[in-house]
Design a binder for this molecule. Structure first.
Ligand code: FMN
Length: 189
């Protein structure tokens, strides 16, 4: 059975460019030889309020339907690619919020990052995000995709236009993600 890869759109603001970048990456991953079963997840649609579950997520004793729905989505994934902008050298608050809602659903799964922003290409946001994902026992890939000056790479129809460097980075990340996702699966309880 194919390993399931959730590509997660992390930005949620109305004028965001996240969906353009994420749709490109999801299509790229679908056509890649790694054979992941690719699914696009939009945190704006998941629509979680600021974390308000009364119990620690490790108990999985969720009170709210939105948390139960989110738990099912994350539980079904073997690997994740977070498509994240850089806000103040970090991922957006929606990223921290969505990850905080759950615990065991993330454990022993792999993740990669497609970062975008201004000159940095989101690399500082990616490095900051790794502190949280490793606390949730996820294995982040060293390889990542960085997209500097993202606004210049989106056309009038909101399609993201990649280039050779970005595609090479995506190849390297997907190959690693597949290796780790297959290797880590047996240790999940
Ligand atoms: C609150 C805020 C903070 C930002 N901080 C950074 C930053 O630290 N580094 C950077 O490269 N770009 C920064 N930017 C630019 C964003 O990365 C860029 O606008 C990107 O399109 C945001 O993603 P989104 O459109 O999907 O929300 C910031 C943008 C916002 C709105």
């Amino acid at each position: 059975m194919s390993l399931k890869l959730h590509v997660i759109i992390c930005s949620t603001r109305p004028t965001r460019v996240g969906p353009s970048v994420a749709k490109w990456f999801a299509e790229y991953a679908k056509n890649h030889g790694t054979g992941f079963d690719v699914n696009l997840v939009d945190l704006a649609e998941v629509d979680l309020p600021l974390f308000n579950e009364p119990n620690h997520p490790v108990q999985r004793n969720y009170q709210f339907d939105y948390t139960k729905r989110w738990s099912e989505i994350v539980e079904s994934g073997d690997a994740f690619v977070f498509v994240t902008p850089e806000y103040n050298y970090n991922p957006p608050p929606s990223f921290y919020n969505a990850l905080t809602y759950l615990s065991k659903e993330w454990n022993y799964k792999t993740c990669g990052f497609v970062g975008y922003g201004g000159a940095s290409g989101g690399v500082r946001a990616i490095q900051s995000a790794k502190t949280l994902v490793t606390t949730l026992k996820m294995m982040p890939m060293t390889e990542c995709v960085m997209v500097p000056m993202v606004a210049t790479m989106i056309d009038d129809d909101k399609n993201f236009k990649s280039n050779e460097l970005i595609e090479k980075s995506a190849d390297a990340m997907l190959i690693e993600l597949k290796k780790w996702a297959a290797a880590i699966k047996p240790i999940r309880g």
